[in-house]
Design a protein around this ligand. Structure first.
Ligand code: 13P
Length: 254
């Protein structure tokens, strides 16, 4: 078992995948599993924005939470194509993934912007999952911990607390590649993140730190039992009910 007493959070980041039919099938599958094996972990699905309303209806009355993959810094106004945190709450979301490396790369999101989004999320009552992670070049030159420190310092609002903040450590080179850091490397980064959170926040020991990057059924038991790993942010494997469930089981210690 993980030495940490924090309840694991297993979050599925569907990214830009799926359809109405797939959303319906996957949520039905997960609901069935959650009904027969309740209370394994906190469970979260983050479908594309187009399917949030549909997913909210399908999840109604279940223990599986709904999250978005982004939000704007403002709660309303002239921002064509954007979605506010208040709207996401209105659609049934409890979480928003913010500062994912794909958004940092595809949309030029800076630490400052991510912090402003996290602040907006908190104001609307959303739990922010703030993502950090080094590139392969940064790891190769031994800069991993410095990069993580700078991203965290810049992306996490100063008034965050454990009820409203989750950190996801996602090495960029491990996302969608099938490659993962060694358990020792994951432990080094998560322990580093924990020490920063404890130094900055009164309840920093209670903030969950997820690992993400090629998590799947076959490596989940190893990754989920590393020190200071409090769950997973899962991409590709979250699109298959059986894989996602195996990860939840592994995190729960089964
Ligand atoms: P994969 O699990 O597909 O590597 O994606 C990880 C990720 O980016 C989750 O946010």
């Amino acid at each position: 078992m993980n030495a940490s007493r924090l309840r694991p959070l297993i979050a599925g980041n569907w990214k830009m995948n799926g359809s109405r039919a797939q959303t319906e099938a996957l949520i039905a599958d997960l609901r069935g599993r959650a009904a027969s094996q309740p209370d394994l972990a906190d469970l979260l699905v983050c479908p594309p924005a187009a399917y949030l309303m549909q997913a909210a209806k399908l999840l109604d009355g279940s223990a599986i939470a709904l999250g978005a993959q982004d939000c704007h810094t403002r709660q309303s106004g002239a921002h064509t194509g954007d979605l506010s945190a208040a709207m996401l709450v209105d659609c049934g979301c409890r979480y928003a993934i913010l500062g994912h490396s794909e958004r940092r790369a595809d949309h030029g999101e800076t630490n400052e912007l991510v912090a402003a989004k996290a602040k907006a999320a908190h104001e609307a009552g959303l739990i922010a999952i703030v993502c950090v992670g080094e590139t392969e070049a940064e790891r190769d030159r031994g800069a991993t911990l410095d990069v993580i420190s700078a991203q965290l310092e810049g992306s996490v609002p100063a008034d965050a607390d454990a009820a409203g903040l989750v950190i996801a450590y996602e090495p960029v080179w491990a996302i969608g590649t099938g490659r993962t850091p060694t358990p020792e490397d994951v432990a080094a980064v998560h322990t580093h993140i924990r020490s920063l959170l404890k130094a900055w926040f009164k309840d920093g020991a209670e903030m969950r730190i997820l690992y993400g990057g090629s998590v799947k059924a076959s490596n989940a038991a190893t990754l989920m039992h590393v020190a200071e790993v409090n769950g997973a942010l899962v991409g590709g494997a979250s699109l298959k009910g059986e894989e996602f469930w195996a990860i939840a089981l592994a995190a729960a210690g089964g």
